[in-house]
Write a protein that binds this ligand. Structure first.
Ligand code: NAP
Length: 244
């Protein structure tokens, strides 16, 4: 899967690249020829992923940022502007999920989920729009979840934040299409990472998807082109089925 020619040479920023799904996406895009910007809080963990990419012949820079902090998120945008002045791919992957029933969910916990899982993707997507629009094929991939579409007990704040990401993606896709930027949402079910061990310790990780499977989908979405918008598909459908 994936069109390496469509991916090679792109500058891709991946949030939450220090482990789990984000690290798998970063490694996969690097092996397809992307230059990587790895974002997360843990400097050491980011550096370890960057070293691994370097050893395989790829190139990755690290930026340590707490995306729960609005000021640090704005500084990340500024740092990328000053140091690189361009961006082709943004993968909003960083996320948190703290299990609690809604009656046990504190306002702080709610705000933390919304800040990392919804506000940071909004800030990065909207503040990088001009750089992405200048790219020959700017792409945003948001890592949602099955929980962007469904609700499960003890995942109230997480579900609300992932539903917010779904709404954000729908609007971004329409607003950025005229500027040549594609926007996608990937909604995985259970993936074997630290997150799922924390949220669902009852689940056997060996029964879940490997992060690499999500990374393959992300690489495919970045490499594809010539995709009709929802509006264009609706027009075609009306033309071919005028009775509907
Ligand atoms: N695992 C699943 O079953 C599953 C299913 C569907 C969707 N997802 C989504 O996939 C994405 C990745 O999840 P994962 O399973 O790979 O989780 P993970 O293993 O817990 O990794 C989360 C990543 O996000 C980063 N991160 C967390 N808080 C951050 C913050 N405040 N600022 C910057 N970076 C932060 C972490 O890095 P630091 O700790 O170093 O900051 C880490 O790199 C999330 O958006 C999650 O909702 C996961």
């Amino acid at each position: 899967m994936g069109d390496a020619q469509g991916v090679a040479g792109k500058l891709a920023l991946v949030t939450g690249a220090s482990r789990g799904i984000g690290a798998a996406i970063a490694r996969r895009l690097a092996s397809a020829g992307c230059e990587l910007l790895l974002v997360g809080r843990s400097e050491n963990a980011l550096a370890a992923v960057a070293r691994e990419i370097g050893k395989s012949g790829g190139s990755a820079g690290c930026i340590s940022v707490d995306l729960g902090d609005a000021e640090q998120t704005a500084e990340l945008v500024q740092a990328v502007r000053e140091k690189y002045g361009r961006l082709d791919v943004l993968v909003n992957n960083a996320g948190i999920a703290e299990p609690a029933s809604l009656s046990e969910t504190s306002v702080e916990m709610w705000d933390r989920h919304m800040a990392v899982n919804a506000r940071a993707p909004f800030v990065l997507s909207s503040r990088f729009t001009d750089l992405l629009a200048r790219s020959a094929d700017g792409v945003i991939v948001n890592i949602g979840s099955v929980v962007s579409h469904k609700g499960y007990v003890n995942q109230g704040a997480y579900a609300a934040s992932k539903h917010a990401m779904l709404g954000l993606t729908k609007v971004l896709a329409r607003e950025l299409h005229p500027r040549g930027v594609r926007v996608h949402l990937v909604s995985p079910g259970g993936v074997a990472t630290d997150m799922i061990s924390g949220v669902r310790p009852d689940i056997d990780l060996s029964e879940l998807m490997d992060p690499e499977e999500v990374a393959k989908v992300v690489e495919f979405l970045i490499g594809m082109d010539g995709v009709a918008t929802v509006d264009e598909i609706a027009v075609r459908r009306r033309q071919s089925e005028p009775w509907k």
